[in-house]
Design a protein. Structure first.
Length: 255
């Protein structure tokens, strides 16, 4: 019983000492109230400055569906297109929607988008060059890569790009899609809905004009590339069938 009483008194004493210590600390701290106010004021100013100094961001979103003459969920015929550029086809539904997103993120489609000319602030230029200006690439290049100090793309013939031009293009593709490993946020997000099959292209940049134009250009390049490949595939099928018909007709004529 004595041990229990001793233990209880010890706990009570320890708690009282803690309260006294806390009170003493608070009184000591209050002696420097002006420092607390000053630190709070400076912190508030810094927070306001950070918000004020941060450039505004503009977002735009475009939604669409992929229609297909086969009528199997709206995306069945795209498998052949995906296989034609090495992404792979097969399957359907959700699988193909994912593949369409991959197509939209592919270097080929992104490069086609980057080298479309649009007008921003009364200046018509490649989207790639607008991105270089809007994201202040020259400031970084001046510090690290002097040969890129005044760099802009002068042409769109990717096959004839120099090593330096290819390096810049690779960096812009990373900016376009994002690169988590390098800590680069993507300016373009492409997603789809499992329930509706609707795909979306969302763009966020410090430029209202760029944000509005890029979704339309990307969709146009994705759509035109699909149509071009589809027509090309049908033409090849037609030529093969025509050759077979001609061969059969020749056999009939000679018999």
């Amino acid at each position: 019983m004595m041990e229990e009483n001793t233990s209880t008194r010890f706990k009570e004493t320890t708690f009282k000492e803690f309260l006294l210590l806390l009170k003493s600390f608070w009184l000591e701290l209050w002696n420097f109230w002006y420092l607390i106010v000053l630190i709070g004021f400076v912190g508030g100013i810094i927070s306001v400055w950070q918000v004020w100094d941060k450039p505004p961001e503009y977002s735009a979103k475009l939604t669409f569906m992929v229609d297909d003459e086969n009528g199997n969920g709206g995306v069945g015929g795209i498998s052949g297109l995906l296989g034609a550029i090495g992404i792979g086809g097969g399957g359907g539904g959700k699988y193909n929607l994912k593949k369409i997103i991959e197509l939209g993120r592919s270097r080929k489609i992104v490069s086609m988008t980057l080298f479309e000319k649009i007008e921003i602030n009364d200046r018509k230029d490649f989207i790639a060059n607008h991105i270089i200006d809007i994201f202040h690439y020259h400031k970084s290049w001046e510090k690290n890569i002097m040969e890129l100090k005044n760099f802009y793309f002068q042409h769109e013939n990717i096959d004839s790009f120099t090593r330096l031009e290819s390096k810049v293009l690779k960096g812009l593709v990373s900016r376009f899609n994002g690169n988590p490993k390098q800590g680069i946020p993507g300016m373009v997000k492409q997603n789809f809905s499992d329930d509706t099959g609707i795909l979306s292209i969302s763009v966020t940049t410090p430029s209202e004009g760029l944000s509005l134009e890029v979704p339309n250009v990307l969709y146009e390049k994705l759509s035109s590339y699909y149509i071009e490949k589809s027509i090309s595939k049908k033409n090849r099928t037609y030529k093969i069938l025509k050759q077979k018909v001609d061969s059969i007709q020749n056999v009939i004529n000679t018999s």
